[in-house]
Design a protein around this ligand. Sequence first.
Ligand code: DSN
Length: 412
Amino acid sequence: MTLDSRSPLPQQDPEVADWLLREDRRQAATLTLIASENHCSAAVREACQSRITDKYAEGYPGKRYYGGCEIADAIEVLAQKRALQLFAGAEEANVQPHSGTTANVAALLALAGPGGRIVGMALKAGGHLSHGHDKSHTGQVFAARQYGVRPEDGRVDLDEVRKVCQEHQPKVLIAGGSSYSRNLDYAAFAAIAREVGAVLMADVAHPAGLMAAGVVPSPIGIADVVTMTTHKTLRGPRGGMILAKKAFAKAINSAVFPGGQGGPLMHQIAGKAVAFGEALRPPFRDYQQKVKDNAAWLAQCLLARGLDIVSGGTDNHIVLVDLQKTEVTGQQVEERALAAGLSVNKNAVPGDPRPPMVTSGLRLGTAAVTTRGMGRTEMEVIADVITGLVRGQDPERFRASIAALGEQFRLP
Ligand code: DSN
């Protein structure tokens, strides 16, 4: 945000303006290692704060319930077109979901129907709440079963996925996670889905940007439906998107609107169009390669300093530190990291005996620090700090070096 003497907000509402400025300063001074966060460009932010936020555009381009939607139509069509260019091979794009969870709920309702059987990865194994967890509508509205990961190597066991599917006979099999750091074999998931007559839905909320850049495998053309968020590695505005094979598009569109949402957030859709445009340019591929290289190097540095990493490394932007052999919990390290200037999140590790607000793990992600231009040297500093904090060193001793990195590597 840029507030100056001509901005209306500080004059009209100094309290909110002050909080927003503080958030700017917080982000600048903190290194974000939360794997689901990133820093979108000033152009994306400008689109998101545009006047089109005022416009109601219930419906879809060419078929709206209000007049005056010509420009909303043009923006939404542009966002769809760019999404289909970016994820080449996808047949239809719905850019209206307000978030990844609303995208997942809509897709599941379209594909399984209320009460329908679904199978997804358990939250504790690296899945997401919206993949059938019992505290989520997806575990309450649908008959959900979950698969995990192998305790010995932290990876998805396809034999277990097949077994759960054979027993449960789901209408939808979900491949994807929110703290899973390894590539998924989408073709193998598709084969299992076919064996039991299920539709395959891939949730690529986390690796979407890496996937768009071609640095990790893509489920496009393999999965029937692909859901994602636009604000993680994809580096766009907050929101969701669903890509679908033509056969499923009508049901999915109806499940998004009128099923689960009213008016689309046209300002966010404008931001999505800008972000997809950025992702179509060559520097985006280099950025994603660096995100992945930084994560691999960070994992290696942490291992070299004696910490355990779930699955022994990473294929994407996520590094999941397993603290079970240490004296500390995820919650304690999260608090210490914040005191040092690192924003990280506690996270369950496979088989974690601790509750979700405590956990025995730490999820790190390299998308945001890579956006700021950081590389191998900075990953080594971060690994030193995390290791020091796990071993009980005072966060204060790291504050100055983290603040210096924040000064050197600016926010976009
Ligand atoms: N909060 C996102 C994540 O951390 O993966 C998803 O809900």
